[in-house]
Structure formats: structure tokens, C-alpha cells
Write a new protein. Structure first.
Length: 92
């Protein structure tokens, strides 16, 4: 796993929204992680450290320990972490 690394290959993320183009600030606020599932933890961790919201294709991690670590990191960073599938649950 990464420790403090703050960037990932550009090919693993795509832009979802803009912050208005403020000078000196990144315009990427959220990323979609479509990397190889074996790389999801490292890529997602680097994006969370960078303060980005992350949507990860399934599976988000290959084990529960990785998922717990990413969830805790997202909470600490104040960003969202979402993983497919994310269909809303309906109840009557």
C-alpha cells in the first residue's frame, strides 16, 4: 500500500466536475477509479490523500482490511468514497 503518495497515473482518473477554474487550484474534485482491481487500493488511496472524492468500479478492494482503511481515510479527509454497484435500495 501507499503511504503518503499523492498522485496516480493520469490514465486511472477522469474529470467529473470543475471548481470554476480558480488559478492555482486543481479542477478535478472527483475521480473514477477504473484501474485493474489489484491496483484499486493504491490508486484510491492516492486520490483520497489528494482530497478527491472517489468512485471505484467493483471490486473496490480485494480484502476487507483494504476497504476499512480506505473508508477511514475518506472520513479523515472529508471526502466521499463510493463503489459500484451503488443502486439505491427501495422499501415500501
Amino acid at each position: 500500500m501507499l503511504t503518503g503518495k499523492r498522485s496516480a497515473p493520469a490514465t486511472t482518473a477522469c474529470r467529473l466536475s470543475r471548481n470554476g477554474g480558480a488559478p492555482g487550484r486543481s479542477i478535478r474534485r472527483a475521480v473514477v477509479n477504473v484501474a485493474n482491481p489489484g491496483s484499486h487500493v493504491d490508486v484510491t488511496q492516492s486520490m483520497l490523500f489528494a482530497g478527491k472524492h472517489v468512485y471505484s468500479e467493483k471490486s473496490m478492494t480485494l480484502n476487507i482490511e483494504g476497504a476499512d482503511m480506505l473508508a477511514k481515510l475518506a472520513e479523515e479527509q472529508g471526502v466521499l468514497l463510493v463503489s459500484a454497484p451503488c443502486s439505491p435500495a427501495y422499501s415500501e
